[in-house]
Design a protein around this ligand. Structure first.
Ligand SMILES: Nc1ncnc2c1ncn2[C@@H]1O[C@H](COP(=O)(O)OP(=O)(O)O)[C@@H](O)[C@H]1O
Ligand SMILES: [Mg+2]
Length: 243
């Protein structure tokens, strides 16, 4: 990968073990600021674990992760949330309305979300203001994913981590979410780190791609690398389809 970019997040020789299991092995690399990097690899490769480390949900066994040249372990949790947001395939919601869910991150910081601001955030993700007082139980998968993304926009995070957010969606919702993420990336310059098992998506949406296998980064580069990988194992993975 070219080094002529500013990293939004830098990973320096990170290892992660649980008991005797060495889950991530000597991971080093940077995610370029304002770009979309897709993470692909077989199930169990360690992609979700890597994302959790980037978000401070778990801590490396050794090595460090830096944002603005500062290890993320040195950030206050609320400060870290302003740098890094996360959205998951399951789009977990608390019981209640869309408003309750959008307001939650601020309430945890002792602040209140004005209704007008909530409506503006909804519009940003392409949901009508009528959704504000709807119960999240009644929403479709695509709508839930939009609320989940809207919730991360609340913090205006510079970096957005996405874990398989379109895996459970039908084709048209999938495209809507892809367009939404690209829009957020362009509009706010948000750095996107996106785990997907959809290799077509990894290429079409990604500027850069990392291929993880068995806890290691096997190949990185511009996302076109998936068309003709250098590494034979990656080539087999790509030809065999995902997962
Ligand atoms: N909480 C956990 N306890 C034990 N093993 C785990 C746990 N989380 C992940 N692992 C193991 O770590 C490896 C990587 O998992 P994961 O990061 O979820 O992979 P991916 O997201 O690429 O499918 C897998 O072998 C998985 O079984
Ligand atoms: Mg995963």
């Amino acid at each position: 990968m070219s080094t002529l970019y500013e990293p939004a997040l830098h990973i320096n020789d990170v290892n992660y073990s649980m008991g005797d299991v060495h889950i991530l092995k000597n991971i080093t690399g940077s995610f370029p600021k304002g770009k979309i990097t897709t993470l692909v690899g077989p199930s169990g490769a360690g992609k979700t674990t890597l994302l959790k480390l980037c978000n401070g949900l778990i801590s490396p066994t050794s090595g460090d992760i830096f944002i603005h040249d500062k290890p993320i372990s040195s950030y206050e949790p609320t400060e870290l949330r302003r740098h890094v947001g996360i959205a998951l395939q399951s789009a977990p919601m608390i019981k209640g309305t869309v408003y309750h869910n959008l307001a939650l991150p601020m309430e945890l910081q002792g602040r209140k979300l004005a209704e007008q601001d909530a409506i503006a955030i909804l519009e940003d993700v392409g949901l009508d203001k009528l959704f504000l007082h709807r119960k999240t139980n009644d929403l479709s998968g695509g709508q839930l994913q939009k609320v989940s993304i809207a919730r991360t926009l609340n913090n205006r995070s510079e970096i957005l981590l996405l874990d398989e957010i379109t895996s459970a969606l039908d084709r048209s919702s999938l495209h809507e979410i892809e367009e939404l993420i690209v829009k957020i990336n362009r509009k706010y310059g948000t750095t996107i780190i996106w785990i997907t098992h959809n290799l077509e998506q990894a290429m079409s949406i990604g500027d850069y791609t990392w291929v993880l296998m068995d806890g290691q980064v096997i190949e990185t580069g511009e996302s076109d690398l998936l068309k003709s990988p250098m590494n034979e194992v990656v080539r087999q993975f790509v030809q065999g389809g995902a997962e």
